[in-house]
Design a protein around this ligand. Structure first.
Ligand SMILES: [Zn+2]
Length: 242
């Protein structure tokens, strides 16, 4: 579905939404460009009516989302491989990974170091421990974020949501209505609180508007005016989402 503001159109697909900047200039055809950092820009002559542009986007939405998905799947820097001495992120802060030999596989965080006690050096073992660590960190980070953001919704009569998490590959969060359950993507545990807050606010806005309508984005912008900038920054952490 699609909503309009004066110079931006929003297109939504699979629980994610994308802004399309409308550029009015003396061109013959409507053209859509996707830039490397994920910006969508649509150029059209000044006299092309907005519904016509919406229709254009709708007709090409499959191709647009395919291109966006391709772009998003290209990591900007190589993904981490959980090597001894490698730099990790937890809550947006850097930690150094340190391998230790252990009698059982376990992971712990101390100071600025993440210690992995390993019975073997298999990548699958390390990754399992990494997921365990993210899950543990996420529990505090996600609950804190909901506690921090909930008061911002006091004018909207929403109930305090239940918080869950799981690893997901196509979305940062989801909201189950009317049960009021917000599920965070466990990978968000690598991100700083201000980026987690963006996902929290997005999902909590779904407690008010289940869709990605214009009214949804109005509430979103009212509560978090810089949400677009925060959403963009999420992709900086993709190398840590292995
Ligand atoms: Zn949504």
């Amino acid at each position: 579905m699609m909503t309009t503001t004066t110079e931006t159109l929003y297109i939504s697909y699979d629980h994610r939404s994308y802004a399309v900047t409308i550029e009015r200039k003396a061109v013959k055809n409507i053209t859509l460009r996707l830039y490397r950092h994920g910006t969508l820009k649509l150029s059209a002559a000044p006299d092309v009516p907005m519904p016509h542009l919406q229709d254009f986007l709708l007709r090409h939405s499959r191709r647009i989302f395919a291109a966006l998905t391709r772009l998003q799947s290209m990591p900007q820097s190589p993904a981490i491989t959980l090597q001894d001495g490698e730099s990790l992120r937890l809550g947006g802060l850097p930690y150094t990974l340190s391998w230790c030999t252990g009698t059982q596989n376990r992971v712990k965080k101390s100071g600025h170091t993440v210690y992995m006690y390993l019975t073997d050096r298999q990548f699958s073992t390390r990754r399992r421990l990494y997921y365990r660590l993210l899950r543990r960190e996420g529990e505090c980070l996600f609950a804190d974020s909901v506690r921090r953001m909930f008061p911002k919704f006091r004018d909207y009569a929403v109930s305090f949501p239940a918080v869950k998490q799981r690893r997901m590959h196509a979305r940062w969060g989801s909201c189950l209505m009317p049960a009021g359950i917000i599920t965070f993507n466990t990978y968000l545990a690598v991100m700083p609180p201000r980026l987690i807050d963006h996902v929290t606010v997005h999902e909590m806005c779904h407690l008010i508007h289940p869709d990605h309508s214009r009214r949804f984005y109005q509430v979103m912008t009212e509560i978090m005016p810089d949400w677009q900038e925060r959403r963009k920054a999420l992709s900086d952490y993709l190398p840590y989402c292995i």
